[in-house]
Design a protein around this ligand. Structure first.
Ligand code: COA
Length: 535
């Protein structure tokens, strides 16, 4: 492979200015991240600790192997929603190692509204299980939750991917021989009781964990029976009488140790052996990304400059370098793992789509995971291109991405607009993981384009009635649409709603993608079959 030769002058004032601007974006991101990972209010945290309980992230720290990375997912879920009263949507999910095995961990944060579930908490829990299924990861549920957040019941209870899906998934995961382990460290009420009940193995903490279908107030109201929570469904009841749990722990630390012990006898699935070469740091400092990434999306960025700061040794075997240059394709290694990279370098044309389709076929035939680096305004428009069959060729690209059965990973480093989002393995195309950078933007089209379309439609409507759009009305419309797109297009808006798996610091991309490829090895890559491709 050849080393990418960077054309960036890092001492140039333009680079320095851009870096300064990016660092402001990054500071905001880090402050917001620190704020959500603190969990609930100071008072709630204090009360939780006074009860002798560890916080959700402290529990995870103890559970995973010492000095090993934990990839936390969707840390900013529910940000800017519910008056910011659900930091991280009240649930921590992520992948860590237990006795050397990659495990999906789902931990309720009881300091956030008693660990109850709103729509985004449910999406996060279900997404964690989906990742577990796709990558054959055992699951550990650290349960400490009051069940659904009752005022939001209509948004969390009845639909296909709502609360009930947790237990459906647990049954399916267990049937696939993917271990399910629950540690009950607090409340586990009503439907939530099925998390431990449907696990392969369950631990409960004495005088702290409770499991019941109806809590004491409900029992009293229904039957008149007066009973304490511990008598109704505490640790002793479930390990000695009901058999709903299997191990009785004295406290959080003890429960976590039992959980780790369970993993001593669980074998690691390594179904897809991938060749791994020694890791080489990129030739160029990844921190230089801050001076290169598009803060202003109108400014073109050569994506090779991004690739050079992500891949091992900045070594890249570019494919069809001279053909269809608005998409860079090629092979590289990240943390020793081979990947096929597709990175936007402009608008998508017919020939770009053909190049991409060819490249995806190469990767699927060689079992090489695909990394999509998105900065895309969409497919080219205009009579010439429609007549040339841009929709037909774009369809080939979308078809190849949809059917590619090697793991796909997507990082949005700039804009993600229109059908470009689809072709470049947007959320609907099931990348194993999708991450955004804090500067990234995502929407059906850019704000200005959307404003122009809507204003043109309005003008046409008025013209048909013999009227016209007044300049001040036009200005108002433009302003409103731009504002809406600005807000709804931000990475925070996306991540709050689980359209991605989290916002990441660009310098962490190497590590995160390397770990993601390693995780994907737990399940054998399936053969790729293509359907009818329009010619
Ligand atoms: N729906 C909505 N809000 C709930 C809730 C629920 N199911 N359970 C708890 N909350 C809220 C409380 O109103 C409180 O909100 P606030 O901070 O704005 O005052 C917050 O969560 C913490 O609750 P609190 O009872 O003060 O904390 P706790 O740690 O002493 O107890 C629970 C937590 C979960 C054990 C307890 O609140 C409880 O039993 N809740 C009801 C559980 C239930 O019956 N769920 C059935 C739903 S399927």
């Amino acid at each position: 492979m050849f080393r990418i030769q960077s054309k960036i002058d890092t001492s140039a004032p333009e680079f320095q200015k851009q870096k300064e601007e990016y660092l402001k974006i990054l500071t905001t991101y880090k402050e917001r991240l620190a704020s959500v990972t603190r969990g609930g209010s100071e008072q709630a945290v204090k009360r939780h600790k006074e009860r002798g309980k560890l916080l959700a992230r402290e529990r995870i720290d103890l559970l995973v192997d010492k000095n090993t990375p934990f990839i936390e997912l969707s840390q900013m879920a529910a940000i800017d929603l519910y008056n910011n009263e659900f930091p991280s949507a009240g649930i921590v999910t992520g992948i860590g190692l237990i006795h050397g095995k990659e495990v999906m961990i789902v931990a309720n944060d009881a300091t956030v509204k008693g660990g109850t579930y709103v729509k985004e908490s449910i999406k996060k829990h279900v997404r964690a299980q989906e990742i577990a299924m796709e990558n054959r990861l055992p699951c550990v549920y650290l349960v400490d939750s009051g069940g659904v957040f009752l005022p939001e019941q209509a948004n969390v209870f009845p639909d296909k991917y709502d609360f009930g899906r947790f237990f459906f998934n647990q049954a399916r995961l267990s049937a696939e021989k993917i271990p399910q382990v629950a540690v009950v460290m607090g409340s586990c009420t009503a439907g939530g009781a099925y998390v431990p009940a449907m696990s392969d193995e369950t631990i409960i903490v004495r005088n702290q964990g409770t499991i019941f279908i109806g809590g004491p107030p409900l029992v009293k109201a229904a039957t008149g029976e007066e009973v304490t929570a511990e008598e109704l469904g505490g640790g002793e009841v479930h390990t000695m009488i009901s058999g709903v749990a299997d191990h009785l722990a004295e406290n959080d630390v003890h429960a976590i140790q039992i959980c780790r012990n369970i993993f001593e006898s669980i074998k690691r699935h390594e179904y897809q052996p991938l060749p791994k070469t020694p890791v080489e740091e990129p030739l160029y400092d990844p921190e230089e990304l801050y001076g290169i990434l598009p803060v202003d999306l109108r400014k073109p960025v050569d994506s090779r400059e991004i690739i050079a700061r992500i891949i091992d040794g900045s070594l890249f075997h570019e494919f069809k370098e001279k053909y269809a240059p608005t998409l860079v394709t090629g092979f590289a290694r990240i943390m020793g793992y081979e990947v096929g990279i597709l990175a936007n370098n402009g608008v998508l044309f017919s020939e770009t789509s053909l190049k991409a389709t060819h490249f995806i076929e190469l990767c699927t035939s060689r079992n090489i995971p695909l990394l999509f680096l998105q900065n895309i305004t969409g497919f080219i428009v205009g009579k010439q291109y429609e007549h040339g069959g841009i929709a037909r060729d774009g369809a080939k690209f979308v078809h190849a991405v949809a059917n590619a059965n090697v793991p796909k990973f997507t990082v949005i480093f700039g804009g993600s607009f229109g059908a470009g989002n689809y072709a470049m393995a947007g959320r609907a195309y099931e990348p194993r993981f999708l991450f955004m950078y804090p500067n990234a933007k995502i929407s059906v089209m850019g704000g200005e384009q959307a404003a122009n379309v809507l204003i043109t439609v309005k003008e046409d409507q008025l013209r048909a009635k013999g009227q016209e759009l007044l300049p001040e009305e036009r200005e108002k419309m433009l302003h409103t649409i731009l504002k809406k797109y600005e807000e709804e297009g931000s990475a925070y808006f996306s991540t709050a709603r689980l359209w991605d798996d989290g916002i990441i610091d660009p310098v962490d991309t190497r590590k995160i993608i390397g770990l993601s490829v390693a995780i994907s090895q737990n399940k054998r890559y399936e053969e790729t079959k293509y359907g009818v491709i329009r010619m």
